[in-house]
Design a protein around this ligand. Structure first.
Ligand code: 0RA
Length: 685
């Protein structure tokens, strides 16, 4: 195929002998030159995928594009999980190609009983013909991405596959899912590396996919996760988009890629938990780690759990099934939680940290400062829920629960110092929660007694329909004054905040509620907080943070974002949180004045003035308070003219991480980060 397609780089058949091509099947499957039923099925399958790509890969945007990569990589990961592959090489290449190679057994190439074609062609052209055919299939395989390589093929303008098995290299090429020829077979040279395995490379079809804009960082994040979840698996990911399009495999090895990341973790999820806690003060030097294979009804279930408590208050528990992140939880998570609660209570009683009359530590109290990863691998995962990320299999709950409870009891008894520290932490949580409950009750009672009166500092709007109302949270009294004066009173409320806002990353809810600024904010929003939080009670459907464009402003904005992320996450997820963008400059060319919002705008403006003869002046705005009421309205608050950013958490781990760094214990790190990333969560227009 490489020969018949001179415009494309040669297939990487390192050291292959130049043996003559040998067809193992005919271009038209039945050998008569006409289509038979299975060919028609294939074409219909391809058409269905191309007509409704969203059904198979979620979207035709960047997420869908990345989905194609995960799909192909997952097949190689499955081969690794089955114990046959040790490394996966992924490369972004010039011309929109992505290449994935593993050193597994290679997709079978013999004749497939049902289709009469090679198994290889079948896997790549027949929907749902992946992995599990024949007796020698997988023990476990991914579920979410499991739409099959044929879907990637159908959505690729070109795809090439090479399988190395039994000293032969088998290759085939496709255009939009349809083979351009038969599977070609050549004898492999003895030094070919790897001697066995599968290589797939493709160009996503721009007739279907919006743009081929791969994000190295996003893809790398997933590969890191996959490597943690498969200890001993090596994943090498390279950005080779800078290479010449016609570089051979040998030349590629010598060139310097734009970026390269290698992921390999001997400790598996134990390493993962240490990584998640890397910037936190931990209560156990080494995470608890359980890795066990449990037999049930003749099949094996792998249960892996890692736990390490830290001195913070967040609950960071990540659950996976067959390396799919089960965001919606499921039976494995339920089993894990019961085991944790039971093991901690039993230990606390054995150690007399809980008296006979004391109530049990609740599940919730065991989760503050808990960082844990739960990973199960099973042969028939049932994925349920809105986004198919909830593990359904009921038998898994008991399996995870008993394995975890038993191993954890043993661990705590063997490490009583750590055990006592963990119990102490849970008891502190229980006390703090009781205090928070009382504090919340006071906030609510106050609200009720004063006839749901709103805080005095709030300049409310007259509109009563939340969907038409906005609230601006404004820093500093002078800015608050301008905003109150300049606003549209009917729809815009102003809440001025005074001074530094408490750092909520490090504070519990009870402490937070002790601060006037937060009580005022919560009361103004109307949602309540903690267990009583109710998004449907939100009084404004646009909550806008409006702070100065300097580093103090960035700091306060970060604190507020942290508060919303930790305590009103639903409000962010529902797209109700915004950031106002005040202008950075007021420029004048002659009599013509203009507001500019970015440095790029200023550069463009200055370029334009180079030809002009006009008198130019540039004024930099440091604070909202420097603008009068009319200016603030005109530039920042007027719905017709303003720039408003909607806050959106693109990557939960990254956001969590960022908040820990930003708001955590290390002041040097914090300062550095605030300077580097004034805007944290991904902010979309
Ligand atoms: C089915 C059976 C066998 C291997 C594979 C599929 C396989 C699929 C992929 C996809 C990417 N890499 C892969 N590696 C292997 C086992 C065949 C045997 O028994 O040798």
């Amino acid at each position: 195929m490489a020969q018949s397609d001179p415009g494309q780089p040669e297939l990487p058949l390192n050291g292959a002998d130049a043996a003559p091509d040998l067809n193992i099947d005919q271009p038209a499957a039945n050998g008569t030159g006409s289509y038979d039923a299975s060919d028609i099925d294939v074409l219909e399958g391809i058409e269905a995928v191309r007509r409704r790509p969203g059904m198979y890969i979620g979207s035709t945007g960047q997420a869908g594009l990345h989905h194609l990569v995960y799909e192909i990589v997952d097949n190689s990961v499955d081969e690794a999980m089955a114990g046959h592959a040790t490394r996966i090489d992924v490369a972004l290449q010039p011309g929109g190609w992505v290449q994935v190679r593993d050193d597994g057994r290679g997709i079978p190439t013999d004749k497939h009983a049902k289709t009469g074609k090679s198994a290889l062609e079948t896997v790549l052209t027949v929907l749902h013909a992946g992995g599990k055919f024949g007796g020698g299939g997988y023990k476990v395989s991914g579920g979410l991405h499991g739409v099959g390589a044929s879907v990637v093929n159908a959505l690729s303008s070109q795809l090439e596959v090479e399988v190395r098995r039994d000293r032969y290299s088998h290759t085939q090429a496709y255009v939009r899912g349809v083979p351009t020829g038969s599977v070609k077979r050549r004898r492999l040279g003895s030094e070919a590396t790897p001697p066995t395995g599968t290589m797939v490379r493709w160009i996503a079809d721009e007739q279907v996919i919006d743009h081929l804009d791969y994000d190295f960082h996003t893809l790398a994040q997933r590969f890191r996760e996959v490597a943690y979840l498969n200890k001993g698996l090596w994943i090498c990911f390279r950005d080779e988009r800078n290479f010449p399009a016609d570089a051979t495999e040998r030349e590629r090895a010598e060139l310097e890629p734009l970026d390269e990341k290698n992921f390999y973790f001997e400790g598996g999820i134990q390493s993962y938990v240490r990584f998640l806690n890397r910037d936190r003060e931990v209560l156990q030097p080494l995470p608890f780690h359980l890795d066990r294979e449990v037999g049930v009804n003749g099949t094996a279930v792998v249960v892996e759990v890692a736990i390490q408590y830290n001195a913070d208050f967040q609950d960071s528990v990540y659950a996976f099934a067959n390396t799919i992140n089960t965001h919606e939880g499921g039976s494995h998570l339920t089993g894990f939680r019961s085991a944790l609660t039971r093991a901690i209570n039993d230990f606390a009683r054995r150690n007399k940290q809980l008296g006979e009359k004391d109530p049990n530590i609740t599940g919730e109290d065991t989760r503050e400062g808990l960082t844990a990863v739960v990973s199960v691998k099973l042969s028939e995962p049932q994925f349920e829920g809105q986004t198919k990320t909830k593990l359904g299999n009921p038998e898994i709950k008991g399996i995870v629960e008993s394995a975890t409870a038993e191993a954890l009891a043993e661990y705590l008894d063997g490490q009583p110092r750590e055990g006592r520290r963990i119990v102490e932490k849970c008891l502190t949580t229980a006390r703090a929660r009781e205090a928070a409950r009382k504090a919340r009750a006071i906030v609510q009672r106050k609200g009720a007694l004063e006839g749901a009166s709103l805080p005095g500092k709030l300049a409310d709007c007259s509109e009563r329909d939340p969907s038409l109302s906005e609230i601006f949270i404004v820093e500093g009294p002078s800015a608050g004054g301008s905003a109150k004066e300049g606003r549209d009173r009917r729809t815009q409320a102003i809440l001025p905040l005074r001074g530094k806002v408490l750092n909520v990353e490090r504070a519990r809810l009870d402490k937070l509620l002790g601060h006037e600024a937060f009580r005022t904010l919560i009361t103004a929003l109307g949602t309540g907080i903690g267990e009583d939080f109710d998004l449907s009670k939100l009084r404004y459907h646009k909550v806008v943070i409006m702070t100065d464009a300097d580093s103090d402003g960035a700091h306060i904005r970060t604190l507020l974002l942290t508060f919303f992320f930790r305590h009103m996450r639903e409000l962010i997820d529902d797209g109700k949180l915004y950031i106002a963008q005040p202008p950075l400059y007021r420029v004048k060319a002659g009599k013509q004045a203009e507001w500019l919002y970015t440095d790029a705008d200023l550069e463009a403006f200055m370029d334009k003035q180079k030809e002009g003869q006009k008198k130019v002046s540039v004024q930099r705005f440091k604070g909202l308070g420097e603008m009068n009421a009319d200016q603030l309205w005109e530039t920042t608050m007027d719905p017709q003219a303003r720039l408003l950013w909607s806050v959106d958490i693109a990557d939960e781990h990254a956001a969590d991480d960022l908040f820990v760094k930003l708001m955590g214990d290390d002041p040097a790190k914090r300062r550095h980060f605030i300077e580097q990333h004034a805007d944290l969560a991904r902010i979309d227009v």
